[in-house]
Design a protein around this ligand. Sequence first.
Ligand code: FAD
Length: 456
Amino acid sequence: MWNYLEDASNYQGHADKILIPKTEPELLEILAEAQAAAIPVTIAGGGSGLTGGRVPEGGWSVSLEKFNTIKIHDGFAVCGAGAILGDLHSAARRSGQFYPPDPTEIMAAIGGTISCNACGSRSFMYGATRRWIRRLRVALMDGRVLDVRRGEAIDFPVQPVHRPASTKHSAGYPLETGMDWIDLFTGSEGTLGVVIEAELELRPLPKELLNGIVFFATDEDAINAVEAWRSIPALRMLEYADQPSLNLIREKYTDLPAKAVACVIVEQIVEDDSAVDAWVDRLAAQNALADESWFGSAEADRERFRGFRHSLAEKVIQMVRQMGFPKLGSDFSVPIAKNREMLTYYRDQIAARFPAPHAIFGHIGDAHVHVNLFPSSEALIAEGKKLMDDFALKSVELGGTIAAEHGLGKRKRHFLPFMFSPSEIESMKAVKLRLDPKWLLGRGNLFPTSPAHPEA
Ligand SMILES: Cc1cc2nc3c(=O)[nH]c(=O)nc-3n(C[C@H](O)[C@H](O)[C@H](O)COP(=O)(O)OP(=O)(O)OC[C@H]3O[C@@H](n4cnc5c(N)ncnc54)[C@H](O)[C@@H]3O)c2cc1C
């Protein structure tokens, strides 16, 4: 879907060679050659990343697409890094199980989701990809292949870095004394090692799920509902879309209620039909457009609602590609108690500074919405970039993160100093230099090429 020199954020790059090894020895040979000749290597997964992380800026692009095996066992799956997420979901379902992380873009590769510590809508209940990794097989630039299980600590000291108070976070290395190898590699955006294979935990499929898209006639009612519904037992999805977002997909979803100015998307694990009565009461209590809201418990309903949610993100990507502007999309998550404050900040700043279309939707259950700006001129692109910087700074001020699930890649690497002190960044660079002394792997991701590292 995306060629090797771009990703879904429309970031474009260039490479001297594109290599597609078929076996582990072939991959190791490529890495050894690159190491000997000091050639930068950028690893390509499915290309659905949103920060330019897999886009090379010279050197070699190495795709793991041939490492695509999926073996399902009772309670876990063993996947090659190039296995496609959608294929894992299907294979797990056939065995009566499921893989909890669901960053909705099913064309992502397992190695990419690990390297970004991807989340998605179900992370409201299940957390990020990191939590579901039991074992990782990783190639390092010095020729070693590490096969590490959960609980195996790194064998060198690190200077810890602080964590935000948000429920989601995927920016920089989460350095901690005595941390696991798995925690170090997960979310490292292809800068520390090449993920070859992963053992991932599976869960038994829930017996019954209830899905709903609840529409509201005012945005205030929708946000009140989010705050009221966050603590509902067994809720595994709590998503939001504002009016401009709904307008983006009205053409496709012609039955979308005319009066709707916002929606909240929910998914709950339920015991039986009595759960529906509770939702009838909840909709009434929150002034929802009860008669026009959609609920269902069949697989077909679930897929339709999933498609509805995913079509928002797809529409944004499509517009970015058609209009040819850089993707200006936020990925900030703040502490739950700061959800409203952050939303108000987004809206006030956009109203004052950005006279062009925008859309806000996403994982509001984790105080993590994506703000998408659609600039129509060079001046608006510049203002949109400044707005994103200010949003990042505001997120940090509120105790949140600069990247909740997409990572920083190349597009957002300048956010790193917004959140981390110079000494914290130095301690991350020290880890990078220990595992990749020539600074070859994923060059340009997380850290700008730096004169402090003359080889980079
Ligand atoms: C429509 C749409 C919706 C999306 N929705 C969500 C969402 O809800 N939640 C979410 O978290 N993300 C979402 N994403 C983003 C994207 O799907 C994730 O970031 C995904 O994890 C990227 O996987 P990929 O295989 O496509 O990675 P790529 O784009 O190919 O690469 C991403 C990064 O991983 C590195 N990498 C890839 N494979 C390896 C490997 N084997 N070893 C080491 N490094 C590697 C690359 O170098 C790069 O830095 C969405 C994307 C799209 C297009």
